[in-house]
Design a protein around this ligand. Sequence first.
Ligand code: GUN
Ligand code: ZN
Length: 434
Amino acid sequence: MIIYRSRVLDTPDDPFTGGALRADDDAGIAVEAGVIVDRGGFRGVAERHPAAEVADLRDGVLLPGMVDTHVHYPQIRAIGGLGMPLLDWLDQCALPEECRLEDPGYARTVAREFLTGLASAGTTTALVFGSHFHDAVDALFAEAEQVGVRMTAGLVTSDHNLPEPLLSTPERSYKEGRDLADRWHGRGRLRYAVTPRFSYSTTPDMLASGAALMEDVPGLWFTSHMNENPAEIAAVAGLFPGSAHYLDTYHRHGLITERSVLAHNAHPTDAELTLLAGAGASVAHCPTSNSALASGSFPLRRHLDHGVRVALGTDVGAGSGFSLFKEGLQAYFMQQLLMGDGVPLTAAHLLHLATRAGAQALGLDDVGDLSVGRQFDAILVRPAAGQPLDVCLRQAATADNALAKIFSLGTAADVARVWIGGEAPVIPAAIPAG
Ligand code: GUN
Ligand code: ZN
């Protein structure tokens, strides 16, 4: 057993429904076999477990591991393509890079780069958009298993409206998805998600093949994009004249359940929000992506009013990096700029969106905060001495203010340690750029 002694901040009680930040200045968190078995003031915990080893982390702030509910593995090298709306950005930035993953060696290199980005930013759990290529997704799972990250991912499927190398057929997509799900779903910390790219690039037959896979393999997850950009939404309405709205293009195949995570939803109708809430499905809000592509401002108030579950995603590479601190801050900015229509977010809201809300969206009840019974998925924020975050943290008058400073200034460079199930992730060795 190890007792981690530190300042600890987490959000077991949802701040959107009256909960507050839980802040312990000198906590003891006792961990055995990767699970938190005791927690309280350090002295009390140490007295209850006199034989335990003590890890003194009082020089930092311990937070739960970050949860990224929407991030694209093949797009790490596409980060930074600014100045375009969604469909142009896909054509010019994302899709040419995604075509390169047809080469399995290239895909493995990118998988390592991607997992390095994820783990270095303090992301311990992620729902990952895979690649259109079976072998590239297989490589991602294999590398993720080595790193130790909790990952749900899948083969991205499309059968029209994309560059030819990215297209497949419903039959082939089923077969390849089935093979990947059989190999990886439920193995250690890995799970499989049926992942049609978006309704713009999938026919009803392709969506039906994803639904068939979900029927045939119990417990799979579902993820896709929805209501991101007005031109995309108009195009989808034209492609699916029989559907009531964008969500219905998925829902009519039975794809919207409590195991569904839809990215963006920046322009929903009330009917879609009602349907999402009733199904218990979640929305991955990706604020840096929505800002970079000028997709629109996320109507968080309407999601909350309808009771839709919302968490955060980085949406790398339309999003501008792997840090959930940056996404949290951008979510805050976006709501501020919505003036009276925005939700005034506190640092506790940002932490909840970046941790426990993500765990709940992914149905992972044993992660997301640092309570007894949870996995020890945690990060230590410890800025270098003299850096602005270090200076600011020393001045913080309250725990809420300290957390606001972390979201304002924190980067991967400040994430000094990461634990997943009590173990440090194995960050891949640097690979020469190829
Ligand atoms: N819609 C379909 N594909 C993508 C993608 O790769 N990124 C974003 N932001 N939206 C999408
Ligand atoms: Zn995306």
